[in-house]
Design a protein around this ligand. Structure first.
Ligand code: ZN
Ligand code: ZN
Length: 340
């Protein structure tokens, strides 16, 4: 089968992989769409934790089950997405309800081959079936939508709270919408790229700002109940603390492995602030499927570039360089990029 393979830092190529035997308890899925997120780009750059090369990336996929080994024949022919996390269920973090912290975690697209290929193998227990009304191009955003819902849940958003979102990439744009869905007013979204600020307005942010020092000086009197850090820019947590009202929460979702930046630690007690990290979709898949099916979240402003796997080189370059017009690249495995 045709697959995109990362074999080292900034090394991507199209390869022909042998479809091996399917593991017991696993399903084989014909992939229709796979979107590329920030963590895939970090993996591509060689700046990731807990991965192995060579690897077929991709955890934001949608497709149709073609085969199952073991029980679960009913899956064959179903339209599905799948959880990227396959945890052992017996180690201490698993028992504490944190499978994403599993001591022997399998992660599709990071430790085993993922969805940037004609087929992806997935444990059947990780599958979620999709309602007919949810098209597969939108469904590849179920996983990042779950990450956004998980972030909003970790923030404990209350209706009417004032929210700022730093970073208007795919996750930031989904968090803006998930926070509004939870009843918050997203009164500020920041990003250095004008195109992405425009997308933030499209999905409901009241206003936007650039992220340079001059722009932040203009925001010095602004205070928010919750600030989501979704950019991964090292200085962004410090900027988030500067926007917080007393008793507010900073929710750190974006990150770059190895990056650091000082924060004024006194601000944590002086502001009675909470600094909360979020990792992964937190199992919010059903909620994400339901919300996307009802149109409660609009993915169109995020999904800018539908391309065939053959177009990976130019598409990855556009995503890495954050070219105006590009937010998320989606590999269209069947349509060859003709979609949208
Ligand atoms: Zn992702
Ligand atoms: Zn475990």
């Amino acid at each position: 089968m045709k697959a995109l393979q990362f074999s080292g830092s900034s090394q991507a190529k199209l390869v022909n992989l042998e479809l091996g035997p399917l593991q017991v308890g696993w399903a084989r899925v014909q992939v229709h769409y796979n979107s590329v997120c920030g963590s895939d780009l970090a993996l591509y750059a060689g700046n990731w934790h807990g991965h192995r090369y060579p690897i077929v990336p991709g955890h934001e996929w949608s497709g149709i089950v073609t085969e199952v080994n073991g029980p679960g024949d009913h899956w064959v022919g179903q339209r599905v997405i799948g959880d990227l996390i396959h945890a052992c269920r017996v180690c201490p973090p698993c028992r504490d309800g944190l499978p994403v912290m599993c001591e022997s975690l399998t992660e599709l697209g990071f430790t085993v081959n993922g969805g940037c290929a004609e087929y992806v193998d997935v444990p059947t227990e990780n599958l979620y079936s999709l309602p007919d009304e949810l098209d597969l191009a939108t469904a590849c955003q179920v996983e990042p939508t779950a990450v956004a819902l998980h972030s909003v849940a970790r923030a404990g958003i209350q209706p009417g709270e004032r929210v700022a979102v730093l970073g208007c990439g795919g996750i930031g744009l989904l968090i803006i919408q998930a926070a509004q869905y939870a009843g918050a007013a997203v009164e500020l979204a920041t990003d250095p790229i004008e195109f992405r600020r425009g997308a933030a307005l499209t999905v409901g942010a009241s206003r936007t700002s650039n992220t340079d020092a001059a722009a932040y000086a203009q925001l010095s009197d602004e205070r928010f109940d919750v600030v989501f850090e979704a950019s991964g820019a090292p200085q962004s947590v410090a900027q988030a603390l500067g926007l917080l009202r007393p008793g507010g929460r900073v929710i750190s979702v974006g990150y770059r492995v190895g990056a650091s930046h000082p924060i004024e630690t006194a601000k944590l007690p002086l502001l009675y602030a909470s600094l909360i990290g979020v990792m992964g979709p937190g199992g919010k898949y059903r909620e994400a499927i339901s919300l996307l099916t009802r149109g409660g979240i609009d993915t169109k402003p995020l999904l800018t570039d539908f391309v065939a796997l053959e177009g990976h080189e130019a598409a990855l370059a556009r995503a890495v360089e954050r070219k105006p017009g590009t937010i998320r690249v989606v590999f269209d495995l069947l349509g060859g990029g003709s979609h949208g």
